[in-house]
Design a protein around this ligand. Structure first.
Ligand code: ADP
Ligand code: MG
Length: 448
């Protein structure tokens, strides 16, 4: 990958993080120069833009870099006249230092050091630590489950970073369940070299010392995926290689999981993460504020911690919002006024967000069907129609990935969702009876 490609990938991420106006400015004033000693050098066209980029965008640029190429350490912003000092050969490939095993780029900022431990996650943190000290020896597999935004991905990366630092020779592989599935499908589809492609896939997943699969609840029900996962599991397990799996729910609640996998997932240790209590949430906020180099008064942190209870990612988002309000209005001290403003915007945003759950409730009420039936297996028209309409509405109102919509509807395949979406869209176009229902429902939802 050369530096322009890297920057382009980062821009793709940044576009979703910063407002359009800021994003345009960033694109126009900033260009990548080079990667020197694991740092990305970015050049801006003036001192003013440099100051702006540093003040407003650096946090996001770092975050995007962690997402795209986490093996890099930092970003340095310079102006044109400093460029000569940083210039080396054009189009040089980025070769990070350290462990270069493919895919084992862990997010550097997710470590055990900055994972705050309280009673809600004590057990899972201890288990993760034990596994990272002696992979394959103690709890195998380690199965971590808990709600969205509670630190599963953080812990997997912390384990990865710990192993990379202490036992750099071990091949440690982190993969999202989605990526695992996609790579497998590609390998199966590769009709030109079917054997090579499958071999490469197996080579990759069965020859590592530690395999982490994040968000296993998205496992597809296709036989091929489950079969491959089963054999991967067996090979690794028998060779005493560590397997770590995360999920938003325990194995018994993952639909479509073959029993032989379900039982294997329970062979080692199953540990859950619960939402942290107030004290722990405040401690997390303190850490996050310190990471951003900001001191926030305890009283303010407490109010933030009280406002968001069961999703740390959202709570962190609120903190970032408060901090950026203060910096945008040039206020050194974060006071109640800033906090109230940020909180108000936050709750407004929350209100604007229609959830899949809301859509389902509205559809159930409208057609007088139960939610259990809506996501269940019944195939009679009275249920199938509302179900398909509901899927369609979710694709219209939300950005939920198709796969996840399939999951919400009792673990149906994403192709089922696509079928429903297209069928109902056609009915809407024809303004048929179904099309009219949809119109009604949209009006009801917009009122929410
Ligand atoms: P999940 O994968 O469970 O959805 P993440 O691991 O992505 O959640 O965590 C969401 C955010 O919350 C991350 O920024 C993470 O650092 C933070 N977080 C969650 N739990 C903790 C904790 N105990 N200490 C510090 N940060 C945490
Ligand atoms: Mg995650």
């Amino acid at each position: 990958m050369d530096v322009r490609e890297l920057w382009q990938k980062m821009l793709d991420e940044l576009e979703t993080m910063i407002p359009a106006l800021g994003f345009d400015t960033l694109m126009e004033t900033t260009a990548p120069v080079n990667v020197t000693e694991n740092k990305l050098i970015l050049c801006t066209n003036s001192e003013v833009s440099k100051a702006l980029v540093q003040k407003r965008f650096l946090i996001h640029i770092r975050e995007a870099m962690q997402m795209v190429f986490p093996m890099l350490d930092d970003v340095i912003v310079i102006t044109e006249d400093q460029k000569e000092n940083y210039k080396t050969k054009e189009d040089e490939d980025i070769k990070p230092l350290g462990n270069t095993w493919e895919d084992s780029h862990f997010i550097k900022k997710y470590t055990f050091d900055n994972f705050v431990v309280g009673s809600s996650n004590e057990f899972v943190a201890a288990a993760s630590h034990a596994v990272s000290e002696a992979p394959g020896k103690k709890f195998n597999p380690l199965f971590i489950y808990g709600g969205v935004g509670l630190g599963k991905t953080h812990l997997l990366n912390a384990i990865g970073n710990h192993i990379t630092n202490n036992q750099p020779k071990l091949k440690t592989l982190y993969v999202s369940c989605e990526k695992f599935t996609n790579e497998l499908i590609e390998a199966i589809r590769d009709t030109k070299n079917p054997n090579d492609a499958k071999k490469a896939f197996r080579q990759k997943y069965r020859n590592c010392d530690v395999l982490m699969i994040d968000d296993i609840q998205f496992i597809s029900k296709t036989d091929a995926t489950q079969e491959e996962l089963f054999h991967t599991f067996n090979d690794l397990y028998n060779a005493e290689k560590q397997i770590i799996i995360s999920s938003d729910r325990p194995p018994r609640e993952i639909q479509h999981l073959e029993d032989r996998l379900r039982t294997r997932f329970a062979w080692g240790l199953i540990a859950d993460i619960k939402p942290p209590d107030l004290e722990t949430r405040i401690a997390i906020l303190q850490k996050k504020a310190a990471e951003q180099g900001v001191v926030v008064k305890p009283g303010i942190l407490k109010i933030i911690a009280e406002s968001v209870q069961d999703n740390i990612r959202d709570m962190e988002g609120l903190l970032t919002r408060v901090i950026s309000y203060a910096s945008l209005t040039n206020q050194k001290e974060i006071n109640e006024n800033i906090l109230n403003e940020a909180l108000k915007d936050y709750t407004d945003d929350q209100k604007e967000m229609i959830s899949a759950d809301t859509v389902m409730s509205v559809v159930c009420e409208y057609f007088s069907v139960s939610k259990a039936d809506l996501i269940g297996k019944k195939k009679n028209k009275e249920i199938v129609e509302p179900r398909q309409i509901c899927m369609y509405l979710i694709t219209e109102f939300l950005t939920t990935p198709l796969k996840e919509i399939g999951n919400i509807f009792g673990g149906r395949d994403h192709t089922t969702v696509i079928f429903a979406r297209d069928k109902i869209a056609e009915q809407v176009r024809l303004e048929s009876r179904i099309g009219l229902y949809v119109k009604d429902l949209k009006a009801l939802l917009l009122k929410k």
